[in-house]
Design a protein around this ligand. Structure first.
Ligand SMILES: Nc1nc2c(ncn2[C@@H]2O[C@@H]3COP(=O)(O)O[C@H]4[C@@H](O)[C@H](n5cnc6c(=O)[nH]c(N)nc65)O[C@@H]4COP(=O)(O)O[C@H]3[C@H]2O)c(=O)[nH]1
Length: 697
């Protein structure tokens, strides 16, 4: 590409000589244009591309440097040479200071040197411009990337920082330039706190790329600690000589925080933020490992909240969750920071007492926990009472590994539950026998239905005004060929856990209906049979359909059937319960709320159900003080009786055992009573005799 040169001179002679010098050579690389005035020259410059300007500063419309300045402003990136006579060389020198590339002395326009130097000047200017653009592009790129970039010279002094590096290091480029890199990039090991040699410094010795170990912290000029990740590489010149190093690094605080969060989540329970099973196992293994050296005997406390399911069912999972959270906080407050309180899922917690020396210490901790949980919890303005059953195992007596210690503490916890809850038990080998028995019951239950081992007993309910039998409650018994008569307390919960309660419950309902029909057929009319329905049965999707089929098959009058459900069963899903009860009510069935007063039901909810009967729980009836009938529980019984009256529900007192209780109930106009005072549960034949003869009164 030829170079386009503008000669700006009023002197036709000079122009001619220049044209001769630049344009005469064969294959001249120049295309020459000329103008005699500054105005002309400027127009020409605006008109199109010019590669160089030769200007005489003595123009008709502009003399001296003022003209040069205007020209320079119009063609800032075009090389300008002034043409000067011997008398105004000072102007030429001044013009160079203001941006001219040089000058050509008039009268010495050499045919060889002028084109040569003009060409050099144009080319150099092009290279400089290219360099400038490359540098600007690099600068923009480096400042727009998120990574920090720092480069150092051969002496390890900082010579460049991009914007990201300025932010991370807290140094401005001006302040950092020329300082040792170790000062600007102050690196320490996250664990030991020891200084780490900067990879940039390292490279100056090794001439090899380098990276930091994964644990580096950069301490900024202001003392902020930033975890970083880096890579660094040597910089070579065109001779492949090392001239410095560049270090690229990034703030990985977010990644580090995320990793820590993930690790925490993997080892902690989301609800309570307590360590989970995995972390507990690690801690137990650790405690065992150091126990010999420290002469300690780690102990495990396995806790299960008593009747938590009841809270969950009646108040909803949100309240249950908050109760668990509150319990976890109390547990943590009961033990030392070196101990571990973990949640095992559901309402189970396992506590590792890592530094115990004697069994006594574990017992003291268990006592403390029982006491701490005995105070009520206030959640969403509900006052909730809970307690816990605790099983304790100790190392090495009850196990030498985490799994055995946990299993045995769990077994001891079941024993504590069997002993009436709200207590603790140390593990004993014979407890395993109980666990085996539980398993045995489950296995035998599976065959009990086919083998016809179940039977129903009946307990009468007495009208307290007329002393007549109003109905009976059907109570399940298991006549085991080897164990004899097994009471429901021993097997109903196991049947619920393994789902067997559904077919067993169906059997109970069909037997009770069939019995009613048999009694009807021999003239025993006007009595109802109450049947216990467990939560699992009630929530089974086919419960209603199966009940209908049984009523149809037996020909019973549904109005003679009373379904007994506990408060918690109803409260589990109020809308669904109300719908289902409505369907039963429409068929004429009666609905009774069993164990009334022990749940946490809100009375307004209870109102939503079509309830016919409230059965006051035995515990309240038992606590009626003999003779007087005063006292807190007497007050509860009379309150329930009043409530039943207001809501037009019949009230039955369960567990009536003595005459004082009966007198109190009669005084308070309780509708019905049921209990050993009247009759223990008896088999069908005995019940029939009782019904046939009428209640003695
Ligand atoms: N101390 C004392 N106890 C009295 C007195 N009067 C009655 N009882 C006992 O109290 C329980 C009353 O039944 P529940 O509260 O429904 O409590 C029942 C019920 O929740 C459950 N159950 C019984 N049969 C069935 C059944 O067919 N299906 C289901 N799902 N559960 C059943 O097992 C529980 C216990 O049944 P049982 O052992 O038969 O115990 C019966 C009865 O024998 C008294 O004056 N003093």
């Amino acid at each position: 590409m030829p170079y386009r040169v503008l000669i700006l001179s009023p002197d036709a002679h000079d122009v001619g000589i220049l044209r001769q010098a630049l344009g005469n050579a064969r294959d001249s690389p120049f295309i020459l244009e000329d103008a005699a005035t500054l105005a002309d020259g400027l127009r020409r410059i605006q008109g199109g591309h010019i590669d160089a300007i030769l200007v005489d500063l003595q123009l008709p419309d502009s003399q001296g440097l003022a003209g040069f300045d205007r020209l320079y402003a119009a063609a800032r990136h075009t090389p300008i040479l002034t043409l000067c006579g011997l008398d105004n060389e000072a102007h030429a020198v001044e013009a160079v200071q203001r941006g001219a590339q040089g000058w050509l002395p008039k009268g010495f326009f050499d045919n060889y040197l002028v084109p040569q130097s003009l060409r050099n000047i144009i080319e150099r200017m092009k290279v400089e411009r290219g360099l400038y653009v490359a540098q600007a592009r690099a600068e923009i790129t480096l400042n727009s990337i998120g990574d920090a970039v720092v480069s150092v010279d051969m002496l390890g002094r900082v010579d460049y920082l991009n914007v990201a590096a300025e932010l991370v290091c807290g140094w401005s480029r001006e302040d950092a330039r020329g300082r040792p890199v170790a000062e600007v990039i102050d690196l320490v090991d996250a664990d030991s706190g020891h200084t780490i040699i900067s990879p940039a410094d390292e490279i100056l010795h090794t001439d090899q790329p380098a990276t930091l170990s994964g644990n580096a912290i950069l301490v900024s000029r202001q003392g902020r600690r930033v975890p970083i990740e880096d890579s660094a590489a040597p910089i070579h010149d065109w001779d492949r000589q090392l001239v410095g190093a560049v270090m690229v690094f990034r703030d990985i605080s977010d990644t580090v925080a995320l990793t820590a969060k993930m690790r925490h989540l993997a080892q902690h329970d989301f609800l309570t933020n307590l360590p989970n099973r995995a972390l507990l196992n690690d801690r137990i293994t650790q405690a065992i490992a150091i126990s010999r050296r420290n002469n300690t005997a780690p102990a495990l406390l396995f806790l299960d909240l008593d009747k938590f399911k009841h809270v969950n069912d009646s108040m909803g999972h949100a309240v249950g969750d908050r109760l668990l959270h509150a319990v976890s906080q109390r547990l943590v407050a009961c033990v030392r920071t070196s101990d571990t309180v973990s949640r095992h899922g559901g309402d189970e917690f396992v506590i590792l007492l890592a530094n115990e020396r004697r069994a006594r210490d574990a017992a003291a901790a268990a006592d403390k926990i029982l006491l701490a949980l005995s105070a009520p919890f206030v959640i969403d303005s509900h006052e909730l009472h809970t307690s816990t059953s605790i099983g304790i195992s100790t190392f090495p007596l009850d196990g030498t590994d985490a799994a055995t210690l946990i299993k045995n503490a769990d077994t001891a916890m079941y024993h504590a539950k069997d002993l009436g809850r709200n207590n603790y038990q140390f593990f004993r080998q014979d407890m395993n026998t109980r666990a085996v028995e539980r398993q045995l019951i489950e296995t035998s239950l599976r065959q009990a239905l086919e083998r016809g081992e179940f039977t129903l007993y009946y307990q009468p309910k007495i009208d307290l005004q007329t002393d007549c039998i109003t109905g009976v409650e059907a109570l399940l018994r298991w006549e085991h060929p080897e164990w004899g008569l097994v009471m429901p307390e021993r097997f109903v919960s196991i049947a619920e856990e393994c789902g067997l309660i559904v077919p067993i419950g169906r059997w109970v309902l069909s037997q009770a209906c069939a019995q009613l029909v048999r009694w009807r057929d021999i003239g025993i009319l006007d009595i109802s049979v109450a049947v216990n329905i467990s939560a699992v049965e009630f929530r089974h999707r086919d419960f209603f359909a199966h009940a209908l089929a049984i009523f149809d098959a037996t020909g019973v009058d549904p109005a003679q059937i009373q379904l007994e459900l506990t408060e918690s069963v109803l409260m589990h899903d109020v809308a669904a319960s109300a719908l289902l009860l409505g369907k039963f009510k429409a068929m004429g069935l009666q609905i009774a709320v069993d164990d009334f007063g022990t749940g946490y039901s809100s009375l307004s909810y209870l109102n939503e159900f079509p309830i016919d009967v409230l059965k006051i729980d035995q515990s309240f009836v038992k606590a009626i003080e003999s003779g007087t009938g005063a006292g807190r529980n007497g007050a509860i019984v009379s309150a329930v009786i009043d409530m039943g009256k207001n809501l037009h529900q019949r009230v039955i007192a369960e567990g009536v055992e003595d005459v004082a209780q009966l007198a109190f109930l009669k005084d308070h106009k309780c509708n019905e009573g049921q209990g050993f005072l009247f009759s223990h549960p008896v088999n069908a034949a005995q019940m029939q005799a009782m019904l046939g003869n009428g209640w003695p009164g």
